[in-house]
Structure formats: structure tokens, C-alpha cells
Design a protein around this ligand. Structure first.
Ligand code: ASP
Length: 321
């Protein structure tokens, strides 16, 4: 088992074998989560604080469940009612919480880089639950697990990521992970929704769904991130759906056994046809949610092991005993 990270701030710093370690352990937690009694003790006695400065359904719920299933004491900080509203800075809030000795801090923040900054100020393990348009590492890991279970591998696949790439941390983390694991990544969307410098990531770029989806094994749809748009990026949602919304007709260009993914929340009739999203023969959207709990359990378990080892070394003056 190889997992050296002290924090999980992004996919960027992870080595392929560390990614495989998380996925292998998550596979075991999938089995546990399907049992009636779902308890393990990897985080027994530890304190986990979730701080979400941006809306979340799946991520927050699954981090909470993941921590509880592993035996942690989990606290969800109600940011809306906290001193953040009185003008306290992120760092002051973090230092206050740090003084309460949490072991794991799960943070979502609207600003790219905010979670990395916070990780420098606290002495517990920090997990990035999404920062601006920067990274959403556990989403990419749960997507990888979903793909690996559906396709039997997470290398040498053609993966099409479609829609609002420019504003999406999910797209960014996914294309980094898929690149590290030697997959072929295609980005499809209107040029206005492609980030500058996209060529650096070594993926092909398309603005036509029929071209970009040709032969794809995996089709990953993204939501239009309106909260991060400060102008008119698309003519209208109707026009967008017509050109870039995934329906059965467009999906017919992909491989016959291609799977359809979406990180949620989904806007039916904007980026994806509702019937296709519910088609259990093509869509793995519910599996993604299931894998989310298992991947977050695995990530917290691995970080907790490293934290214990680090604290153990500190007690023995640096010697491994
Ligand atoms: N839930 C994902 C995120 O937090 C995707 C989205 O919001 O569209 O980035």
C-alpha cells in the first residue's frame, strides 16, 4: 500500500500508485457499505470537522456518513450561522477550530487555493471538498472507481468530458487523474467554455458532440456553473441543449457500451436528457454517489494512518518504532 500524502488537496500531487491505493481500499469499503451493519473503526476516537462555505448535497452528506461509518466524532460547522458571517477570515476560523484538536478537516470553499492555504495553518489532515474552479479530488477518485468497476480498468480508455470545462473543478481533477492513469481524454464544449491553455493538459478539444464522442468509452457530462460565470457564455439554454445536451441520439456516436456519468447536481434538459440520465443500462450516476461514500472512507482512513504515524514519530523524537 502506497499513500504518502499528509493532506488530500488535489489530484495533482498524487502518484499513480497512490491513486490505485485509494481505489483498492475503497473497493473494500463498497462491500462494507452494502452490509446491514456498516461500522469499521479506522477513525475511532478521532474528530472530523466539515466546513462547507459553498452549497453541497452529495459531498457533504457522504463525508459525514463516511466519517461516522469509520467511528469518528463528526461535526458539521454551520457556516451560515458562524462568525464567518461576522467577518472572521477563513484563516482565523481555521485556527479557532484547530485549537479544538480536530484530526480531519474537510473544507469546501468558493476560492481556488483557499483550502491549500488553510492546510498550511493547521496541524491536522485537510481534505479538499472542492475549491473554486481548482480541484475536487474526491470527485475524481470516485469517478475513477466508478469507471474501473464498470469497465474493468482505469487505463487506455477514451473519456469524453463535455460541457462547462472552464469553470469546473470536477473536469480539472478528472483530466489530471485520467492523464496520470494513461487514458485518452477529449474535452467537448463551446469555445467560450474552454479554459485558456487547455492544450497543456494533452487532451483533444472539440466543439462538436458527434465528432468528440466518436468511439468514447466514457461520457462525462458537466453542469453549467452559472455561479462562476460573470457574463453570457452561451446564447441560451435551449440552444446549448440542442448542441451540447446529451441525449440518446448524440450518445449513439460513442462506443456501444459507453457509460454516462454526471457529478451532480444535474440540470435535466440543459446538459442531459432526463430519460437518459435514468437509464440504468447506460447511466452510472447513482453508482457514482455510492462510490463517493466508499472513496471518502478510503481517503480519510489513509490520511488517518499517516497522521498516526507522524504523531508517533514526533513522540519518539523522529525514530520509527
Ligand atoms: N458537485 C460538483 C462540484 O461541487 C459539480 C457541480 O457543482 O456541478 O463541483
Amino acid at each position: 500500500m502506497t499513500f504518502r500524502a499528509r493532506h488530500l488537496l488535489g489530484i495533482e500531487p498524487l502518484a499513480p500508485e497512490e491513486i490505485r491505493t485509494v481505489l483498492d481500499l475503497a473497493d473494500r469499503y463498497v462491500e462494507l457499505n452494502r452490509r446491514t451493519v456498516k461500522h469499521a473503526d479506522a477513525l475511532e476516537g478521532m474528530t472530523q470537522i466539515n466546513m462547507f462555505f459553498e452549497a453541497s448535497t452529495r459531498t457533504q452528506a457522504s463525508f459525514e456518513l463516511a466519517g461516522k461509518r469509520l467511528g469518528a466524532d463528526v461535526m458539521n460547522m454551520a457556516v451560515a450561522q458562524s462568525s464567518v458571517k461576522k467577518g472572521e477570515t477563513l484563516i482565523d476560523t481555521a485556527l479557532t477550530l484547530n485549537a479544538m484538536h480536530p484530526d480531519l478537516l474537510v473544507v469546501r470553499h468558493p476560492n481556488s487555493g483557499a483550502v491549500n492555504l488553510l492546510a498550511e495553518k493547521v496541524n491536522c489532515a485537510v481534505l479538499n471538498a472542492g475549491d473554486g474552479r481548482h480541484e475536487h479530488p474526491t470527485q475524481a477518485l470516485l469517478d475513477a472507481l466508478t469507471i474501473r468497476r464498470a469497465k474493468g480498468r482505469i487505463h487506455r480508455l477514451t473519456v469524453a468530458i463535455c460541457g462547462d470545462i472552464a469553470h469546473s473543478r470536477v473536469a480539472r481533477s478528472n483530466l489530471i487523474l485520467l492523464g496520470k492513469m494513461e487514458n485518452r481524454v477529449r474535452l467537448i464544449g463551446p469555445p467560450t467554455l474552454m479554459p485558456p491553455g487547455v492544450a497543456e493538459f494533452g487532451c483533444e478539444v472539440f466543439d462538436d458532440m458527434s465528432e468528440g464522442l466518436k468511439g468514447a468509452d466514457v461520457v462525462m457530462m458537466l453542469r453549467l456553473q452559472k455561479e462562476r460565470m460573470d457574463g453570457g457564455f452561451i446564447p441560451s439554454e435551449r440552444e446549448y441543449y440542442h448542441r451540447f445536451g446529451l441525449d440518446a441520439e448524440k450518445l449513439a456516436h460513442a462506443a456501444p457500451d459507453a457509460i454516462v456519468m454526471h457529478p451532480g447536481p444535474m440540470n435535466r434538459g440543459v446538459e442531459i436528457d432526463g430519460t437518459l440520465a435514468d437509464d440504468i443500462n447506460r447511466s452510472v450516476i447513482q453508482e457514482q454517489v455510492e462510490m463517493g461514500v466508499a472513496v471518502r472512507m478510503a481517503a480519510m482512513d489513509l490520511l488517518a494512518r499517516n497522521l498516526r504515524a507522524e504523531r508517533g514519530r514526533a513522540l519518539t523524537g523522529g525514530a520509527d518504532v
